[in-house]
Design a protein around this ligand. Structure first.
Ligand code: GLU
Length: 300
């Protein structure tokens, strides 16, 4: 697999270190790995540690170890967004200089009358000469932008950004927002296709918008169905999703590969590495399920 000449395809898996790797995130990791390997491209891992209060100590290391025992080895050393603040600050300053980013002190409750959305003008004035105890958040104005893109699995997407309003790129309590960090890093890492869960489909238009404002190269996007519990709840730490068993990941791998359209008969070998080799040989992007959600079999 490695001796063939690498293509220019670059994919990535970008987990947040908010807990151990669970079945839902394994699905995204495998989907992005299969697409990258099938294209004979590079597969990268980026730890999205931009939100310290939500982080669970030790989970970045545990996610990377579990990926390794699953046979999912990144081709380059993982990036950690916690080290990337200067790049996000630079992007914010460019957005500010170009008149797209503005400081904002409107809280959620201030915006309640607008259905929670910030539309153009701030409700709370920030230039009234009042001394504020806290820094403002920074938002990007969306005006009447409509983002249209073709998703590799979910088809043609058309998203008017005004529906959710001007969005936050830097929070008042300090951290840069996911949308900005993700847009900046996908471009900085030269990602050519983002393969991730459909729960992030509504983030993609904002990321594309930021890339266009910043003159960055846009990747293609493919949003995989999200694994849900039998009750229809997204698998997450809060839904109590179990961690993948790092001592015996093969059952979870088999189940996740089946959800990605790989016939069970193709998976003959028992060990994670050989399972992945068989899966890659049988993987057909056209066989990926188009649904937005799929019930996870026994891993919730
Ligand atoms: N860190 C995000 C999450 O775990 C995913 C980011 C992405 O793939 O863009 O939900």
């Amino acid at each position: 697999m490695r001796d063939r000449q690498r293509s220019s395809y670059r994919g990535r898996f970008a987990p947040s270190p908010t807990g151990d790797l669970h079945f839902g995130s394994l699905l995204a990791a495998l989907g992005s790995w299969l697409c990258a390997r099938r294209a004979n491209g590079a597969w990268l891992v980026r730890i999205d540690d931009i939100d310290p209060p939500r982080e669970v100590p030790g989970s970045a290391g545990s996610i990377l170890r579990t990926l390794r025992v699953c046979g999912l080895e990144p081709d380059e050393p993982p990036w950690h967004q916690g080290t990337r603040a200067p790049a996000y600050e630079d992007a914010l300053q460019r957005l500010r200089a170009d008149g797209y980013a503005f400081p904002c002190r409107c809280s959620r409750s201030d915006l309640a009358a607008n259905g929670g959305a910030h539309r153009g003008a701030c409700v709370v004035p920030h230039d009234s000469g009042t001394a504020f105890a806290r820094d403002p958040a920074w938002r990007v104005r969306v005006d009447d932008a409509v983002i249209v893109f073709e998703d590799g699995l979910q088809g043609l997407q058309r998203w008017p950004l005004a529906a959710d309003g001007d969005f936050v790129v830097k929070r008042a309590d300090g951290p840069f927002a996911y949308q900005l960090a993700c847009a900046v890093d996908d471009a900085a890492q030269g990602i050519t296709e983002v393969v991730r869960g459909a729960d992030l489909l509504d983030s993609t238009p904002r990321q594309i918008f930021l890339m266009r404002l910043l003159g960055l190269r846009e990747p293609a996007y493919l949003h995989l169905p999200v694994a849900v519990t039998a009750a229809g709840e997204k698998l997450s730490k809060s839904s109590g999703a179990r961690a993948i068993d790092a001592h015996g990941p093969a059952p979870a791998l088999r189940a996740a590969l089946a959800l990605l359209g790989i016939p069970a008969a193709a998976l003959r070998q028992p060990s994670p590495r050989t399972l992945l080799r068989d899966a890659l040989a049988a993987f057909e992007p056209a066989a990926l399920p188009h649904a937005r959600i799929l019930a996870a079999p026994g891993f919730s």
